[in-house]
Design a protein around this ligand. Structure first.
Ligand code: UD1
Length: 429
């Protein structure tokens, strides 16, 4: 198993290209199941989760080709991949595949919409809470599907096709919003989704579906209206920049100090997190096609944060922000409201000398003046990158074990950090 070794103490200076968003690429790839035409996605990040989903989609009959290199292409420019689901050969998503990545459960929406049936294993994924699927079941039932649970599988059927309806989500869910938009695109009549997730990735999926011929309005607001159509066509769509990767590197720079321009991204995707970073003492300045993060001289100030659905502070940046707060000049409180078990990084940060007390959903972080390198273990995707951020300032050497978690969501992490002056290396095996 690969490890990452970090020698702490260097500031970060230079530029970091931001990849396409994992959390947009995954639902966009799944949307290819909705049409027998080719969906071309540009700026697809090279990540373990993307490769895994390609395998899962292949099982349903989706062919894919990756465009060849162009003279102008750089390693940072992302891949263009063409997905074609000419014929759906299998409407079952087996446990062996779905258990490896929760988002693959989302195939239930397009399969039900196009084939009127689907048998999908209950998901696995990151160990950050129980993560039920009740909202998907209720939402798809509202569109006329029967949903039975049998031996770990959801068996969904909509004889004669899905029918539009009004559905109010009792809780905001990104995945269930994606699935409802995809399913309702091919339902008969109008669907209105209330209390929808407003994440930029939801807007990106709606934009792509509309380019495929769907009639979706209101994405990015709590009310999304979808007029069903009888068929969707192919389209070409560019995956939006990864706002979590953007925020992660911004926090790394705030932690080490230095001056870095994050390129191919936008400050508008992260307003709340950037406001928090400014309070913490970083300068955050939008620049053309990116954002510049500077912290020179001044210390890190403690800031209290509560995670919330978009436009609130993202849960996917909570661990990274906690790493930053371990070196703040005082006490901060970090409250996690989205997932009930997303504090696995706490005990690992403590191994580096962080002082954190957990009480229910609140972490009390008392800033320390130094962290010291140690062996730590990555436990999930975002937690593992928080250990890298801490390792960048810890005195001596930090080794992060089990970095396969990082590879699920961060493209060429060591390369991007090394280019800005960090001492980071991957040790294979
Ligand atoms: C997506 C993101 C993930 C992010 C999360 C919250 C992707 C691939 N993953 O995950 O990185 O951390 O949004 O921003 O885009 N819930 C239920 N019942 C359901 C579905 C969800 O109770 O049927 C709960 C979850 O347990 C959680 C909350 O709703 O407490 C939000 O989860 P959700 O927005 O669905 O997360 P994902 O879409 O899985």
């Amino acid at each position: 198993m690969d490890r990452i070794r970090i020698k702490g103490g260097n500031t970060l200076n230079g530029t970091i290209p931001i990849s396409g968003a994992k959390n947009a690429a995954l639902p966009l790839m799944i949307a290819s199941l909705l049409t027998d035409d080719t969906l071309t996605l540009e700026n697809v990040p090279h990540l373990a989760d993307v490769e895994q989903l390609i395998r899962i989609l292949g099982n349903h009959g989706v062919d894919y080709t990756v465009s060849g290199k162009r003279l102008s292409s750089t390693p940072a420019s992302g891949r263009t991949i063409h997905f074609t689901a000419r014929t759906i050969i299998d409407t079952t998503a087996p446990y062996e595949l779905v258990s490896k990545m929760r988002a693959s459960f989302w195939v239930i929406g397009p399969l039900l919409a196009r084939m009127h049936k689907a048998k999908v294993s209950l998901p696995g994924g990151c160990a950050i809470g129980t993560r039920p699927v009740d909202l998907f079941i209720d939402g798809l039932r509202a569109l006329g599907a029967t949903m039975e649970i049998e031996a770990g599988y959801i068996i969904a059927e909509a004889k004669g096709g899905l029918v539009g309806n009004r559905y109010v989500f009792p809780k905001v869910s990104v995945g269930a919003t994606h699935v409802m938009m995809m399913a309702a695109s091919l339902a008969k009549g109008e669907t209105v989704i209330e209390n929808a997730a407003r994440e930029p990735e939801v807007v990106d999926l709606a934009t792509c579906l509309n380019a495929m011929g769907a009639k979706i309005s209101g994405a990015g607001t709590p009310t999304i209206t979808i007029q069903g159509v009888t068929a969707l066509s192919g389209a070409r769509h560019r995956v939006l920049p990864d706002r979590i990767e953007t925020g992660t590197y911004a926090m790394a720079v705030a932690m080490t100090g230095g001056d870095v321009v994050l390129e191919q991204t936008s400050a508008d995707l992260l307003t709340s997190a950037f406001n928090v970073l400014r309070e913490a003492g970083a300068e955050v300045t939008p620049v053309p096609n990116g954002v510049r993060i500077v912290r020179n001289g001044g210390g890190i100030h403690p800031v209290d944060v509560v995670t919330d659905p978009f436009p609130g502070f993202p849960t996917d940046l909570q661990a990274q922000f906690m790493a930053l707060m371990t070196m703040a000049s005082g006490v901060s409180h970090i409250t996690e409201t989205i997932f009930e078990n997303r504090f696995m990084h706490v005990q690992e940060l403590a191994r580096l000398g962080a002082k954190i007390q957990l009480s229910g959903q609140v972490a009390r972080v008392e800033g320390v003046s130094r962290l010291a390198g140690a062996q730590v273990m990555a436990t999930d995707l975002r937690a593992s990158v928080s250990l890298v951020i801490a390792g960048l300032v810890a005195e001596g050497e930090t080794t992060v074990n089990r970095v396969y978690h990082l590879d699920r969501g961060f493209e060429r992490l060591e390369e991007k950090l090394v280019a800005c002056g960090a001492e980071v290396e991957r040790i294979s095996g």
